[in-house]
Design a protein around this ligand. Structure first.
Ligand SMILES: *Cc1c(COP(=O)(O)O)cnc(C)c1O
Length: 385
Protein backbone atom coordinates (compact mmCIF):
# COMPACT_ATOMS: atom_id res chain seq x y z
CA UNK A 1 0.00 0.00 0.00
CA UNK A 2 1.37 3.43 -0.95
CA UNK A 3 0.72 5.50 2.21
CA UNK A 4 -0.78 9.01 2.04
CA UNK A 5 2.19 10.44 3.93
CA UNK A 6 5.56 9.25 5.08
CA UNK A 7 8.61 10.67 6.84
CA UNK A 8 11.98 11.04 5.14
CA UNK A 9 14.88 10.06 7.41
CA UNK A 10 18.46 10.61 6.22
CA UNK A 11 21.79 9.30 7.49
CA UNK A 12 22.51 12.72 8.97
CA UNK A 13 19.19 12.60 10.88
CA UNK A 14 20.23 9.25 12.32
CA UNK A 15 23.70 10.57 13.18
CA UNK A 16 22.19 13.59 14.95
CA UNK A 17 20.05 11.32 17.11
CA UNK A 18 22.93 8.96 17.85
CA UNK A 19 25.06 11.89 19.00
CA UNK A 20 22.45 12.86 21.55
CA UNK A 21 22.18 9.25 22.75
CA UNK A 22 25.93 9.29 23.37
CA UNK A 23 25.86 12.69 25.09
CA UNK A 24 25.15 13.69 28.70
CA UNK A 25 21.56 14.84 28.16
CA UNK A 26 18.68 12.90 26.62
CA UNK A 27 16.27 15.62 27.72
CA UNK A 28 16.55 19.17 29.11
CA UNK A 29 19.90 19.54 27.36
CA UNK A 30 21.19 21.90 24.66
CA UNK A 31 19.31 20.50 21.63
CA UNK A 32 15.88 21.80 22.64
CA UNK A 33 16.91 25.49 22.75
CA UNK A 34 19.00 24.95 19.60
CA UNK A 35 15.92 23.64 17.76
CA UNK A 36 13.78 26.47 19.15
CA UNK A 37 16.27 29.13 18.06
CA UNK A 38 16.70 27.66 14.60
CA UNK A 39 12.97 27.48 13.99
CA UNK A 40 12.32 30.97 15.38
CA UNK A 41 14.99 32.25 13.03
CA UNK A 42 13.63 30.31 10.05
CA UNK A 43 10.16 31.72 10.61
CA UNK A 44 11.18 35.20 11.68
CA UNK A 45 9.38 34.92 15.03
CA UNK A 46 10.96 36.24 18.25
CA UNK A 47 10.25 33.25 20.50
CA UNK A 48 9.72 29.52 20.06
CA UNK A 49 8.67 27.01 22.72
CA UNK A 50 9.16 23.34 21.78
CA UNK A 51 6.81 20.76 23.28
CA UNK A 52 5.94 17.07 22.92
CA UNK A 53 3.10 17.59 20.41
CA UNK A 54 1.12 20.24 18.57
CA UNK A 55 -1.82 19.24 20.76
CA UNK A 56 0.20 20.27 23.84
CA UNK A 57 1.24 23.47 22.06
CA UNK A 58 -2.41 24.32 21.34
CA UNK A 59 -3.32 23.66 24.97
CA UNK A 60 -0.48 25.86 26.26
CA UNK A 61 -1.33 28.58 23.74
CA UNK A 62 -4.94 28.69 24.96
CA UNK A 63 -3.81 28.79 28.61
CA UNK A 64 -1.24 31.52 27.90
CA UNK A 65 -4.00 33.61 26.29
CA UNK A 66 -6.10 33.13 29.42
CA UNK A 67 -8.78 30.82 27.96
CA UNK A 68 -10.96 29.65 30.86
CA UNK A 69 -14.44 28.40 31.69
CA UNK A 70 -17.06 30.72 30.23
CA UNK A 71 -14.87 31.73 27.28
CA UNK A 72 -15.54 30.74 23.67
CA UNK A 73 -13.02 29.56 21.10
CA UNK A 74 -13.83 29.28 17.39
CA UNK A 75 -12.11 27.16 14.79
CA UNK A 76 -12.74 25.38 11.49
CA UNK A 77 -14.78 22.16 11.36
CA UNK A 78 -12.40 20.76 8.70
CA UNK A 79 -9.42 20.08 10.93
CA UNK A 80 -8.00 17.49 13.26
CA UNK A 81 -9.94 17.31 16.54
CA UNK A 82 -6.99 18.77 18.48
CA UNK A 83 -7.70 22.28 17.08
CA UNK A 84 -11.00 22.27 18.98
CA UNK A 85 -10.17 20.04 21.96
CA UNK A 86 -7.59 22.53 23.25
CA UNK A 87 -10.39 24.92 24.20
CA UNK A 88 -12.30 22.18 26.01
CA UNK A 89 -9.17 21.32 28.03
CA UNK A 90 -9.37 24.86 29.41
CA UNK A 91 -13.05 24.51 30.26
CA UNK A 92 -14.07 26.91 27.48
CA UNK A 93 -16.78 26.37 24.87
CA UNK A 94 -16.06 25.60 21.22
CA UNK A 95 -17.84 26.82 18.14
CA UNK A 96 -17.04 26.47 14.45
CA UNK A 97 -16.91 28.73 11.41
CA UNK A 98 -17.82 27.03 8.13
CA UNK A 99 -15.19 26.63 5.41
CA UNK A 100 -14.64 28.39 2.13
CA UNK A 101 -15.66 25.96 -0.63
CA UNK A 102 -12.58 26.77 -2.75
CA UNK A 103 -9.69 27.04 -0.25
CA UNK A 104 -11.19 24.60 2.33
CA UNK A 105 -9.96 27.05 4.98
CA UNK A 106 -12.16 28.81 7.50
CA UNK A 107 -14.30 31.27 5.50
CA UNK A 108 -13.55 34.90 6.34
CA UNK A 109 -17.07 35.89 5.16
CA UNK A 110 -18.66 33.36 7.51
CA UNK A 111 -16.36 34.54 10.31
CA UNK A 112 -17.35 38.19 9.76
CA UNK A 113 -21.05 37.32 9.73
CA UNK A 114 -20.80 35.10 12.81
CA UNK A 115 -18.92 37.87 14.66
CA UNK A 116 -21.65 40.40 13.81
CA UNK A 117 -24.28 38.09 15.26
CA UNK A 118 -22.16 37.17 18.29
CA UNK A 119 -21.60 40.83 19.09
CA UNK A 120 -25.34 41.44 19.09
CA UNK A 121 -25.91 38.49 21.41
CA UNK A 122 -22.91 39.36 23.61
CA UNK A 123 -21.08 36.08 23.01
CA UNK A 124 -17.94 37.02 21.10
CA UNK A 125 -15.05 34.53 21.07
CA UNK A 126 -11.93 35.05 23.16
CA UNK A 127 -9.75 33.21 20.66
CA UNK A 128 -10.11 32.21 17.00
CA UNK A 129 -7.93 29.34 15.73
CA UNK A 130 -7.57 29.50 11.93
CA UNK A 131 -6.16 26.25 10.54
CA UNK A 132 -3.90 26.46 7.48
CA UNK A 133 -5.50 23.47 5.82
CA UNK A 134 -3.12 21.24 3.84
CA UNK A 135 -0.44 23.91 4.33
CA UNK A 136 -2.32 26.78 2.65
CA UNK A 137 -2.41 29.93 4.79
CA UNK A 138 -5.76 31.37 5.75
CA UNK A 139 -6.34 35.01 4.82
CA UNK A 140 -4.55 36.16 7.96
CA UNK A 141 -4.59 39.87 7.23
CA UNK A 142 -8.39 39.85 7.01
CA UNK A 143 -8.75 37.70 10.13
CA UNK A 144 -6.33 39.97 11.97
CA UNK A 145 -8.40 43.01 10.95
CA UNK A 146 -11.50 41.34 12.41
CA UNK A 147 -9.57 40.53 15.61
CA UNK A 148 -8.87 44.24 16.07
CA UNK A 149 -12.50 45.12 15.46
CA UNK A 150 -13.98 42.48 17.78
CA UNK A 151 -11.17 42.04 20.30
CA UNK A 152 -10.30 38.38 19.98
CA UNK A 153 -6.86 36.72 20.03
CA UNK A 154 -5.50 34.52 17.23
CA UNK A 155 -3.75 31.14 17.41
CA UNK A 156 -2.70 29.90 13.96
CA UNK A 157 -2.91 26.12 13.83
CA UNK A 158 -0.08 25.79 11.32
CA UNK A 159 0.36 22.06 12.03
CA UNK A 160 0.30 21.44 8.25
CA UNK A 161 2.06 24.57 7.18
CA UNK A 162 5.70 24.78 8.25
CA UNK A 163 7.71 25.86 5.21
CA UNK A 164 4.71 27.61 3.65
CA UNK A 165 4.50 31.34 3.00
CA UNK A 166 1.87 34.06 3.15
CA UNK A 167 2.38 37.34 1.28
CA UNK A 168 6.04 36.52 0.78
CA UNK A 169 6.75 35.83 4.45
CA UNK A 170 7.15 32.55 6.35
CA UNK A 171 4.08 31.08 8.00
CA UNK A 172 4.81 31.13 11.73
CA UNK A 173 6.23 34.66 11.90
CA UNK A 174 3.11 35.71 13.84
CA UNK A 175 2.71 38.98 11.96
CA UNK A 176 -1.06 38.47 12.13
CA UNK A 177 -1.36 36.17 15.15
CA UNK A 178 -0.57 36.00 18.85
CA UNK A 179 0.78 32.45 18.63
CA UNK A 180 1.40 29.97 15.81
CA UNK A 181 1.63 26.20 16.27
CA UNK A 182 3.52 23.53 14.29
CA UNK A 183 3.28 19.72 14.49
CA UNK A 184 6.17 17.33 13.93
CA UNK A 185 4.17 14.12 13.71
CA UNK A 186 5.74 11.83 11.04
CA UNK A 187 3.02 12.54 8.44
CA UNK A 188 3.66 16.30 8.69
CA UNK A 189 6.30 18.27 6.74
CA UNK A 190 9.23 17.68 9.12
CA UNK A 191 9.21 15.27 12.03
CA UNK A 192 10.55 14.66 15.52
CA UNK A 193 8.55 11.42 15.96
CA UNK A 194 6.11 13.28 18.19
CA UNK A 195 6.55 16.98 18.79
CA UNK A 196 5.25 20.48 18.39
CA UNK A 197 6.28 24.11 18.62
CA UNK A 198 4.56 27.33 19.62
CA UNK A 199 5.92 30.56 18.12
CA UNK A 200 5.15 34.07 19.28
CA UNK A 201 6.55 37.60 19.21
CA UNK A 202 5.28 38.24 22.74
CA UNK A 203 7.89 37.56 25.45
CA UNK A 204 5.19 37.24 28.14
CA UNK A 205 3.29 34.56 26.22
CA UNK A 206 6.52 32.67 25.51
CA UNK A 207 7.48 32.74 29.17
CA UNK A 208 4.05 31.53 30.26
CA UNK A 209 4.08 28.63 27.78
CA UNK A 210 7.63 27.63 28.81
CA UNK A 211 6.59 27.66 32.48
CA UNK A 212 3.45 25.56 31.91
CA UNK A 213 5.38 23.11 29.70
CA UNK A 214 7.31 21.96 32.78
CA UNK A 215 4.91 21.74 35.75
CA UNK A 216 4.69 25.49 36.34
CA UNK A 217 8.12 25.26 37.97
CA UNK A 218 10.60 28.15 37.86
CA UNK A 219 14.26 28.39 38.76
CA UNK A 220 14.33 32.16 38.10
CA UNK A 221 14.88 34.03 41.38
CA UNK A 222 12.97 37.03 40.00
CA UNK A 223 9.80 34.92 39.58
CA UNK A 224 9.89 33.41 43.08
CA UNK A 225 7.88 34.54 46.08
CA UNK A 226 10.89 34.37 48.40
CA UNK A 227 14.65 34.05 48.37
CA UNK A 228 16.00 30.57 47.54
CA UNK A 229 16.44 28.16 50.46
CA UNK A 230 19.64 26.92 48.79
CA UNK A 231 21.17 25.94 45.46
CA UNK A 232 18.64 23.07 45.03
CA UNK A 233 15.70 25.40 45.23
CA UNK A 234 12.88 25.80 42.71
CA UNK A 235 9.29 26.94 43.05
CA UNK A 236 6.06 25.77 41.50
CA UNK A 237 4.14 28.99 40.84
CA UNK A 238 1.44 27.70 38.42
CA UNK A 239 -0.27 24.36 37.75
CA UNK A 240 1.62 23.12 34.69
CA UNK A 241 2.23 19.85 32.88
CA UNK A 242 5.03 17.70 31.59
CA UNK A 243 4.78 18.68 27.93
CA UNK A 244 8.54 18.67 27.36
CA UNK A 245 10.15 17.38 24.17
CA UNK A 246 13.38 15.36 24.48
CA UNK A 247 16.81 16.33 23.17
CA UNK A 248 16.69 13.17 21.04
CA UNK A 249 13.62 14.53 19.27
CA UNK A 250 14.92 18.09 19.06
CA UNK A 251 18.13 16.84 17.39
CA UNK A 252 16.03 15.04 14.79
CA UNK A 253 13.94 18.16 14.23
CA UNK A 254 17.00 20.36 13.87
CA UNK A 255 18.48 17.97 11.33
CA UNK A 256 15.18 17.76 9.41
CA UNK A 257 14.95 21.55 9.31
CA UNK A 258 17.95 21.55 6.95
CA UNK A 259 15.79 19.82 4.34
CA UNK A 260 12.52 21.66 4.98
CA UNK A 261 12.70 23.83 1.84
CA UNK A 262 13.71 20.83 -0.28
CA UNK A 263 10.76 18.83 1.12
CA UNK A 264 8.31 21.59 0.20
CA UNK A 265 9.85 22.01 -3.28
CA UNK A 266 9.52 18.27 -3.87
CA UNK A 267 5.88 18.33 -2.76
CA UNK A 268 5.23 21.12 -5.28
CA UNK A 269 6.89 19.11 -8.07
CA UNK A 270 4.77 16.05 -7.37
CA UNK A 271 1.55 18.06 -6.96
CA UNK A 272 2.18 19.66 -10.33
CA UNK A 273 2.31 16.20 -11.92
CA UNK A 274 -0.98 15.31 -10.24
CA UNK A 275 -2.56 18.51 -11.59
CA UNK A 276 -1.35 17.77 -15.13
CA UNK A 277 -2.43 14.14 -15.02
CA UNK A 278 -5.82 14.78 -13.43
CA UNK A 279 -6.79 17.82 -15.51
CA UNK A 280 -10.09 17.21 -17.26
CA UNK A 281 -11.38 14.65 -14.76
CA UNK A 282 -14.60 15.49 -12.88
CA UNK A 283 -12.81 16.70 -9.78
CA UNK A 284 -11.47 19.83 -8.11
CA UNK A 285 -8.54 20.64 -5.90
CA UNK A 286 -7.67 23.35 -3.43
CA UNK A 287 -7.49 26.86 -4.89
CA UNK A 288 -4.00 28.32 -4.42
CA UNK A 289 -4.29 32.11 -4.00
CA UNK A 290 -1.46 34.14 -5.58
CA UNK A 291 -0.27 35.54 -2.25
CA UNK A 292 0.21 32.07 -0.71
CA UNK A 293 2.76 29.32 -1.12
CA UNK A 294 1.37 26.18 0.47
CA UNK A 295 3.67 23.67 2.14
CA UNK A 296 1.40 21.06 0.47
CA UNK A 297 1.08 18.79 3.48
CA UNK A 298 -1.91 17.19 1.74
CA UNK A 299 -3.09 16.86 -1.84
CA UNK A 300 -6.87 16.68 -1.57
CA UNK A 301 -9.22 16.17 -4.50
CA UNK A 302 -12.97 16.81 -4.39
CA UNK A 303 -15.10 14.60 -6.60
CA UNK A 304 -17.74 16.32 -8.72
CA UNK A 305 -20.14 13.68 -7.50
CA UNK A 306 -22.97 14.73 -9.84
CA UNK A 307 -20.68 14.00 -12.82
CA UNK A 308 -19.56 10.60 -11.52
CA UNK A 309 -21.74 7.54 -11.82
CA UNK A 310 -20.84 6.08 -8.43
CA UNK A 311 -20.67 7.12 -4.80
CA UNK A 312 -17.66 8.76 -3.20
CA UNK A 313 -17.25 5.71 -0.97
CA UNK A 314 -16.87 3.41 -4.00
CA UNK A 315 -14.21 5.61 -5.58
CA UNK A 316 -12.37 5.63 -2.26
CA UNK A 317 -12.63 1.86 -1.80
CA UNK A 318 -11.46 1.11 -5.34
CA UNK A 319 -8.34 3.22 -4.79
CA UNK A 320 -7.59 1.40 -1.54
CA UNK A 321 -8.16 -1.92 -3.32
CA UNK A 322 -5.62 -0.80 -5.93
CA UNK A 323 -3.01 -0.46 -3.18
CA UNK A 324 -3.27 3.32 -2.87
CA UNK A 325 -3.47 4.46 0.74
CA UNK A 326 -5.89 7.32 0.15
CA UNK A 327 -7.31 8.98 3.23
CA UNK A 328 -9.94 11.56 4.14
CA UNK A 329 -8.94 14.77 5.91
CA UNK A 330 -11.12 15.40 7.79
CA UNK A 331 -14.34 14.11 9.26
CA UNK A 332 -15.96 17.43 10.26
CA UNK A 333 -15.17 17.84 13.96
CA UNK A 334 -18.74 18.86 14.84
CA UNK A 335 -19.98 15.46 13.59
CA UNK A 336 -17.79 13.49 16.01
CA UNK A 337 -19.97 11.82 18.66
CA UNK A 338 -18.23 13.75 21.43
CA UNK A 339 -19.13 17.05 19.74
CA UNK A 340 -22.65 15.93 18.83
CA UNK A 341 -23.10 15.26 22.55
CA UNK A 342 -22.23 18.92 23.11
CA UNK A 343 -25.15 19.89 20.85
CA UNK A 344 -23.69 20.06 17.35
CA UNK A 345 -25.61 18.25 14.62
CA UNK A 346 -25.57 17.41 10.92
CA UNK A 347 -26.50 20.48 8.90
CA UNK A 348 -24.68 22.95 11.17
CA UNK A 349 -21.84 23.62 8.68
CA UNK A 350 -23.09 22.80 5.18
CA UNK A 351 -19.89 23.63 3.28
CA UNK A 352 -17.81 21.44 5.60
CA UNK A 353 -20.29 18.58 5.23
CA UNK A 354 -20.39 18.94 1.44
CA UNK A 355 -16.60 18.87 1.44
CA UNK A 356 -16.64 15.68 3.54
CA UNK A 357 -18.94 14.01 1.01
CA UNK A 358 -16.49 14.69 -1.84
CA UNK A 359 -12.92 14.79 -0.50
CA UNK A 360 -10.16 12.21 -0.94
CA UNK A 361 -6.52 12.75 0.12
CA UNK A 362 -4.06 11.36 -2.43
CA UNK A 363 -0.57 10.24 -1.34
CA UNK A 364 2.00 13.05 -1.22
CA UNK A 365 5.39 12.99 0.49
CA UNK A 366 8.98 13.68 -0.61
CA UNK A 367 9.93 10.04 -1.28
CA UNK A 368 6.88 9.38 -3.44
CA UNK A 369 8.19 8.78 -6.97
CA UNK A 370 7.00 10.35 -10.22
CA UNK A 371 6.03 6.90 -11.45
CA UNK A 372 3.91 6.35 -8.32
CA UNK A 373 2.14 9.66 -9.00
CA UNK A 374 1.46 8.44 -12.55
CA UNK A 375 0.23 5.11 -11.20
CA UNK A 376 -2.12 6.82 -8.73
CA UNK A 377 -3.37 9.25 -11.38
CA UNK A 378 -3.94 6.35 -13.77
CA UNK A 379 -5.90 4.40 -11.18
CA UNK A 380 -8.06 7.45 -10.54
CA UNK A 381 -8.63 8.02 -14.27
CA UNK A 382 -9.72 4.45 -14.72
CA UNK A 383 -11.88 4.65 -11.63
CA UNK A 384 -13.73 7.75 -12.83
CA UNK A 385 -14.29 6.58 -16.40
C1 LIG B 1 -1.59 16.89 13.35
C2 LIG B 1 -2.45 18.03 13.76
C3 LIG B 1 -2.59 18.44 15.09
C4 LIG B 1 -2.01 17.68 16.23
O1 LIG B 1 -0.68 17.46 16.10
P1 LIG B 1 0.09 16.49 17.12
O2 LIG B 1 1.51 16.93 16.99
O3 LIG B 1 -0.13 15.10 16.60
O4 LIG B 1 -0.46 16.69 18.47
C5 LIG B 1 -3.33 19.57 15.34
N1 LIG B 1 -3.95 20.25 14.37
C6 LIG B 1 -3.88 19.85 13.09
C7 LIG B 1 -4.58 20.66 12.04
C8 LIG B 1 -3.15 18.72 12.75
O5 LIG B 1 -3.12 18.31 11.47
Amino acid sequence: MIPYGRQNISESDIQAVVEVLQSDFLTQGPMVPAFENALAQYCGARHAVAVNSATSALHLACLALGVKPGDRVWTSPITFVASANCALYCGAGVDFVDIDPLTYNLSVECLAEKLRQAERRGCLPKVVIPVHFAGLSCDMEAIHRLSRQYGFKIIEDASHAIGGRYRGEPIGNCRYADIAIFSFHPVKIITTGEGGMALTNDAGLAKKMALLRSHGITREPADMTQAADGPWYYQQIELGFNYRITDIQAALGLSQLNRLDAFVDRRHQLAEIYRQQLAGLPLNWQLQPDDCRSSLHLFVIRLQTSQIGKPHLNVFRQLRDAGIGVNLHYIPVHLQPYYQNLGFKPGDYPQAEQYYAEAITLPLYPDLTESQVLQISGALQENLN
